[in-house]
Design a binder for this molecule. Sequence first.
Ligand code: SF4
Length: 373
Amino acid sequence: MMLYIHIPYCHHKCTYCGFYSVAGRHNRDEYVDALCRELEIRRVAEPLQTVYIGGGTPSLLSADQLRRIVRTIRDNYDVSSVEEVTIEANPEDLTEAYLVMLADLHFFARLSIGIQSFDDAELRILNRVHNSKQAVDAVCSAARAGFGNVSVDLIMGLPSQTERQWLSNLDTLSSLLDLNVVKHLSCYELTVEPGSILERQLKMGRLSLPDEAVVEKEYGILYEWCERNGFEQYEVSNFSLPGFRSRHNSRYWNRTPYIGVGAAAHSFDGKRRMWNVADVAEYVAKIAKGVLPYDEETLTERDAYNEYLMTSLRTVDGIEKERVPESFKEQLSKSIVPYVEYGLLVETATAYRPTRRGLMQADGIAADLFIRR
Ligand code: SF4
């Protein structure tokens, strides 16, 4: 079983953000009370394999608040065979003292740092709180505090970004590799989320996105960087040194059941998807009354299969033939032929695996293969 805990607080809103998040400090204690209560209500006997605290910005929580969450997990769940525990953090919060506190909890072995860019001008465009020096310092301080498994998030295809700027971002990352702690890279192409500040800025003509040709070259630069530094692509946007894939996220993509705790968190029990209300005040009020504030949908066989196509084609493992329900096998084997012929997928005895070009078109291929009737 996997456990995800959502911390919806942020210092302020980044321009590109489409997630549910709340700026400011209010009610964090009450929120943590509610989280701990939900953790108790949802407790299961099954041992946890992975735990992930994400957001939002989990590193906005104080030592006391984190301690309470960790204690509640330990008191209510079997963590004896847990394989990976990750916490997301933003560079501006990762002071030496904060990192020592995190290490002293003896719980979080993996740190995922939301750097996004090492370029001050790009960070300002994104309205991030940190600057490039803080980003570099955060990784160095994490190494000094003993974190040996750090993941770095970067975004490519930023407004006005040139290939040279992108290269310079990766050069800075290269300069940190000698610390021997950066084992994983999540590298996303910027998407314009509906309702985001970025969407308005683009509509008003205050910013412009780089041409497709530039973004394509940036992908090329990224792949070269990964090959040079021993990072393997295992999902559209995720790269790791051997043995350091995110186990938590890999299980999501593999459709393993998980419990999601917190406002806007999702859960999955193998058949049903459930999502908590995306409103901190309502979440806290309902949990205080002992009510889990969620909606749910039960997946049909077709829904589950379409979800599997969507997630599996985004990973290098691709579609495992034995996971395709009998009733959809014939249709898949016919409709997949052109993708194999165009070199987007490779058929093996057990699977259809995307090539690198196939990974770049994963969403479109999956949508074409969906069962719609
Ligand atoms: S830190 Fe992350 S969740 Fe928070 S506003 Fe920025 S992008 Fe959104």
